[in-house]
Design a protein. Structure first.
Length: 173
C-alpha cells in the first residue's frame, strides 16, 4: 500500500516520513519528495527553546540523554578503573607484583567472594589477579555487549572485587 502525500492539495506518492513533533514520538506525516525538501528546509528542532535549553540539550545529547556521574566522584565506575590502573603502575615500578595471597592466611568472607567473582583460587598471586581482571573487563564491558545492563552490573562486581583484592594486597605489603 502506498501513502499519498499529506501536504495540502498534493496527490503524489508520500514516500518520506516527516516528524510532526520534536519529542521523537511516533507522530509523523507522509510527504512526497518535493514537500519533504520544503519540510526539511523549514524544520527547526530548537524553535521556541531558550539559549540555555538549546545548550543543555546539546550537552545532554553527547551522553545520549542519560545521566552521568562526575569523573571525580568516589563511586564512579570509570574512576575506580582509572585509579586501579594508576596504582598498578606504581606497584609494578616498586617491583611488588609477585606478592601472593597465602592460603594459610585467614581470608574473610569478602576476600573469598572477591576471588570467586574473579574466577580465581584463593592462593592466586597478584599477577594472576591482574590478568584475570583485564580478561574479564574485555569480556564484560558494556561497549562489547551492546550496552546490556547485565554485563554492566557484572563488570561493576568484578571491578569492586578487584579493588578489594588490591587493597588487601597493598595493606599486607
Amino acid at each position: 500500500m502506498e501513502n499519498i502525500c499529506e501536504s495540502k492539495n498534493c496527490k503524489k506518492i508520500g514516500s518520506f516520513k516527516a516528524p510532526i513533533e520534536k519529542d521523537n514520538s511516533k507522530k509523523f506525516k507522509w510527504l512526497c519528495e518535493d514537500h519533504i525538501k520544503i519540510h526539511n528546509k523549514e524544520w527547526d528542532y530548537f524553535k521556541g527553546m531558550s539559549q540555555d535549553d538549546i545548550e543543555f540539550f546539546i550537552k545532554s545529547d553527547s551522553t545520549w540523554h542519560r545521566p552521568t556521574q562526575k569523573f571525580g566522584s568516589r563511586d564512579n565506575f570509570f574512576n575506580i578503573l582509572w585509579n586501579n590502573a594508576l596504582s598498578e603502575k606504581i606497584t609494578m615500578l616498586n617491583g611488588k607484583n609477585s606478592k601472593h595471597f597465602s592460603s594459610a592466611r585467614s581470608l574473610s568472607e569478602k576476600d573469598k567472594e572477591a576471588f570467586k567473582i574473579m574466577g580465581l583460587k584463593y592462593d592466586s598471586n597478584w599477577i594472576l589477579v591482574q590478568k584475570a581482571f583485564k580478561t574479564l573487563v574485555k569480556k564484560f564491558h558494556p561497549d562489547r555487549n551492546a550496552g546490556n545492563k547485565l554485563f554492566e552490573n557484572k563488570l561493576k562486581q568484578i571491578t569492586l572485587a578487584y579493588t578489594h583484592l588490591k587493597k588487601k594486597l597493598i595493606n599486607k605489603m
